[in-house]
Design a binder for this molecule. Structure first.
Ligand SMILES: Nc1ncnc2c1ncn2[C@@H]1O[C@H](COP(=O)(O)OP(=O)(O)OP(=O)(O)O)[C@@H](O)[C@H]1O
Ligand SMILES: [Mg+2]
Length: 349
């Protein structure tokens, strides 16, 4: 018999159906978002002087059913703090979190979530299989289903051959895969993964990406954190960039793919252009910044900047030789949010 889950204001839905490849039973449009975060704020106190450290401040975003949302940010940006708050492992100072239509502290919602911590801690003396059986106990998986559930999870993360080895002998990447297997055991509707690719070799990263893509295709919602831009670009439907605890960009990746920057070539060298009082942002991203000779390579992030730059060139008497559109990748945006610390593109943050 399949486990049934009660969704607030929704009919009973077999949880297994959500990851067994069947169509999503209730129309997504009729459902509340899988996750909604509003004004999340957490300040830590640290050391003898109780110095205040910003974990996150005013973070708001939401994730639709069946979507992959990536929290992207450098070390210390606030990714783990955000995820800790979602799971009620960290108590926020302020803010509201709704998981699968329920308050995030509601056990009914939490039972439908799979979680991979940033640094999973497992008992060294257990084998991989024993660990997953232990988690089946915690999840109250009926005895007759356990073997299939454990085998299924081991197979999905490619750990079947090593299932009989003790965890103390596992490599970092193998532990990470087992951590993923444990997150999948409860057949979750929402997966929350803190740095799921960490410790994996390129092959392992690709396998995990494929696995997450499969889960997504089967209707599972995934929230993951990462600082690896290509992984995010290939998987996520939407991305939130965190910088020093603030969400500086919250955008759908489709919209980013359509975003366009411009490269402007102007007669005269860059030093000359700088002296002409062109905006500083135009001088920094143009590529050939070191060139003392040849046309100045200037950059505009969007059409409004392009207009400003062309006006400035005209006012300075610098002839414009060419204007080329340039696709703005997520990598570009990520770097620019960190250089300038501002919302750089259509952000709702
Ligand atoms: N328990 C804690 N006590 C004090 N400060 C903390 C605590 N947890 C996090 N912080 C601080 O909050 C900020 C955000 O940390 P967080 O772990 O959320 O970052 P992160 O984006 O997950 O970084 P990483 O990529 O290194 O995992 C950092 O300045 C960190 O030092
Ligand atoms: Mg972290």
């Amino acid at each position: 018999m399949t486990r049934q889950v009660l969704v607030e204001n929704e009919p009973l839905v077999p949880a297994a159906a959500l990851i067994a490849g069947s169509a999503i039973p209730v129309s997504r449009a009729a459902q509340p978002p899988a996750l909604r975060v509003a004004d999340l704020t957490k300040t830590f106190r640290s050391g003898f002087a109780r110095r205040r450290l910003r974990g996150v401040e005013g973070v708001s975003f939401s994730v639709g059913r069946g979507e992959v949302f990536a929290l992207l940010g450098h070390n210390g940006a606030g990714k783990t703090t955000t995820i800790g708050c979602l799971l009620d492992l960290v108590r926020p100072d302020r803010g509201e979190i709704t998981l699968l239509g329920c308050d995030h502290r509601d056990r009914r919602a939490r039972a439908r979530i799979g979680y991979l911590p940033e640094r999973p801690y497992f008992f060294d003396y257990l084998t991989g299989r024993e660990l997953l059986e232990f988690y089946c106990d915690l999840l109250d998986v009926p005895r007759r289903e356990r073997r299939d559930r454990v085998d299924g999870a081991l197979r999905r993360v490619g750990m079947m051959p090593d299932a009989g080895r003790r965890l103390g002998k596992y490599s970092k990447g193998m532990l990470q895969r087992l951590g993923l297997a444990q997150a999948l055991l409860g057949e979750p509707e929402l997966l929350i993964l803190d740095e799921p690719m960490s410790g994996l070799d390129p092959m392992g990263r690709r396998e995990v990406r494929t696995l997450l893509q499969e889960l997504k295709n089967q209707g599972c919602t995934i929230v993951l954190s990462s600082h690896i831009v290509p992984d995010v670009e290939q998987l996520a439907d939407a991305v939130g960039i965190l910088r020093e605890g603030r969400l500086v960009l919250n955008e759908r990746l489709g919209a980013l793919a359509d975003a366009c920057a411009y490269r402007v070539r102007a007669a005269g060298c860059l030093g000359e252009a700088a002296r002409c009082g062109l905006p500083p942002w135009a001088l920094s991203g143009g590529g050939d910044t070191a060139a003392a000779q040849g046309p100045a390579d200037l950059a505009a992030a969007d059409t409004q900047q392009l207009r400003e730059l062309l006006d400035a060139c005209h006012a300075a008497g610098l002839p414009v030789l060419a204007v080329e559109p340039r696709r703005t990748g997520l990598e570009d945006l990520f770097l620019r949010t960190h250089e300038h610390g501002t919302v750089v593109h259509g952000g709702k943050a």
